[in-house]
Design a protein around this ligand. Structure first.
Ligand code: FPP
Ligand code: MG
Length: 296
């Protein structure tokens, strides 16, 4: 089934009928294909599920192309980003080609599905805008952070789960709850790995979020736990290149205050809510576990 998604992704890109786009797309690393896997797991018998998976993965790929331009990221999944190798103009246009192609293919679906996916992309874009805005200051507002996370990452996963449930004739609202919580947990684990994983595993510099100005959940919790001089020091390191000694200081303060464990516990509680929403749909429990246990 997963191969069917890959074949359909290649077919959609081929249909764009612009060899340069297909050539650039072929160089992208496909990633985990979490969204397509989720759709196929929720609606394994639905004939339209692989196409929906391919569409959602194209939208996701487009959003990452744009995100790397916005973040000025030189690496994506361990390989040079398109903006690094071909410049921002090419990366933006390739993203536009992919997501407009995804949207035209989406018109073949039931309006409840095409609306859910299309609206989620509006939210995705609002989330990205909030992320950029929030990185301009040292954000310590947990609720604001979680709202941005929901919009930026969870909303497309939520729409994927909702739509797959409609295809399968399952309770769409429960599956949307599952998708939302899975998406939030996925991003929180991502934020944790940015701090705990080594650079080779990450395929990008460690503590990169903080250097980019993003105070993710562990930083917000650390800030809460620190004394006044500690807070001052953390603020001074924010949104600028930091050396190994400073990285070590941040990591050891995080150890001392158990903030990584707290973020994991929060991700775990979101996952528990997700599994509760889908009852005994066991393959979905396995996806949750793989998200919580992932190391890259
Ligand atoms: C990665 O965040 C970014 C996203 C999940 C969403 C990006 C969304 C847009 C650019 C909106 C435009 C949408 C389309 C369809 C063109 P991150 O920077 O925290 O994660 P990273 O470490 O993987 O870069
Ligand atoms: Mg980014």
């Amino acid at each position: 089934m997963q191969e069917k998604v890959e074949t359909l992704i290649a077919k959609l890109v081929e249909e764009v009928d612009y060899p340069k786009a297909a050539e650039l797309f072929a160089k992208l690393s496909g990633g985990k294909r979490l969204r397509a896997r989720l759709i196929l797991t929720i609606a394994p018998e639905a004939p339209e599920a692989p196409l929906l998976g391919a569409i959602v993965e194209l939208i996701h790929a487009a959003s990452l192309l744009h995100d790397d331009v916005i973040d000025e990221a030189m690496l994506r999944r361990g390989v040079p980003s398109v903006n690094a190798t071909h410049g921002s103009k090419v990366a933006i246009m390739l993203g536009d080609i992919l997501y407009s192609k995804a949207f035209s293919s989406l018109t073949a679906f039931d309006p409840a599905i095409s609306r859910a996916v299309a609206e989620s992309v509006t939210r995705l874009s609002i989330g990205e805008m909030m992320d950029v805005e929030m990185a301009e200051t040292f954000n310590t507002d947990r609720e604001q952070y979680l709202k941005m996370l929901y919009l930026k990452t969870a909303t497309l996963i939520e729409a994927a789960a909702f739509s797959a449930a409609l295809l399968a004739g399952k309770d769409a609202q429960s599956y949307a709850t599952y998708g939302k919580n899975l998406g939030l947990a996925f991003q929180i684990v991502d934020d944790i790995l940015d701090i705990t994983a080594d650079e080779a595993t990450l395929g990008k510099p460690s503590l990169n979020d903080f250097v980019e100005g993003k105070t993710t959940l562990p930083y917000i919790d650390l800030y809460d736990a620190l004394d006044v001089p500690g807070r001052e020091r953390l603020r001074n390191s924010h949104a600028r290149p930091i050396d190994e000694a400073e990285k070590k200081w941040i990591r050891s303060r995080m150890d001392e205050h158990g903030v990584i464990e707290r973020s994991y516990a929060f991700a775990r509680s979101l996952c528990d809510e997700a599994t509760a929403a889908v009852g005994n749909d066991l393959p979905l429990h396995a996806i949750i576990e793989s998200v919580l246990k992932r190391s890259n």
